[in-house]
Design a protein around this ligand. Structure first.
Ligand code: ZN
Length: 219
């Protein structure tokens, strides 16, 4: 079984990925992690990647494909959960090709949907304790600190991370739409796309995902 997760920032993708991994014994494949891991190797490919990451250059599809091919070679017969990949149609087609080669296929593309205003509230309300790192959210009643700007745990001051502001949210959200709209069409046509209402509790979202997976597996 192979799954792709698509979601805007702050929609809870990481949490759902973790739950899916555990329940269905999936191997979580994050291209970001793969890049970092490869960069720590001493061979030519590792040095090339290290150089790209250090210079903040966009990673080409070819590099991503090479990473992916290596990964698939080392992880034959594993169930995979793709996170952050594919990013475009070219990559989506490549993925299909390598899965076909293994007589395997993509089973589900889950699109976690949360209204933009809710995502914005989640992100701009995030606060973090300077001393102990505890997380709060001033826009969500159950996650508010008892005293404004003060940590419940240790009394430390709370602060807002620089990229949790409205403007950087808008930029990230636009990037997300740009990147995923073509993929959404692509997978919709292939009848692999499932829209998931993700503005519920993480348990309820996971329940919905599980029901789809189990229903399709029985058929
Ligand atoms: Zn604290």
């Amino acid at each position: 079984m192979n799954i792709i997760l698509l979601a805007p920032p702050a929609a809870g993708k990481g949490t759902q990925a973790e739950l899916l991994e555990k329940k269905y014994h999936l191997h979580h494949l994050s291209t970001g992690d793969l890049l970092r891991k490869s960069a720590s190797r001493e061979d030519d490919f590792g040095k090339k990647i290290k150089n790209i990451l250090e210079n903040g250059v966009l990673v080409s599809d070819e590099i991503i494909f090479q990473l992916l091919d290596n990964f698939m070679e080392e992880n034959k017969n594993k169930n995979l959960l793709f996170d952050g990949f594919p990013r475009n149609i070219h990559q989506a087609k490549h993925l299909e090709k390598i899965l076909n080669k293994k007589n395997d296929k993509l089973n589900f593309v889950f699109l976690l949907e949360v209204e933009k205003e809710i995502l914005k509230k989640r992100i701009t309300g995030r606060r973090c304790c300077k001393q102990c790192g505890s997380l709060y959210n001033i826009n969500i009643e159950s996650l508010k600190p008892k005293i404004e700007s003060i940590c419940d745990q240790c009394g430390g001051n709370l602060f807002q991370r620089s990229d949790d502001n409205e403007q950087s949210f808008e930029t990230r959200y636009e990037e997300y739409l740009d990147k995923t709209s073509a993929l959404i069409d692509y997978y919709q046509k292939k009848q692999l796309l499932y829209h998931i209402q993700a503005d519920k509790s993480k348990e309820d979202v996971f329940q919905e995902l599980s029901e789809i997976i189990e229903k399709e597996r029985v058929l």
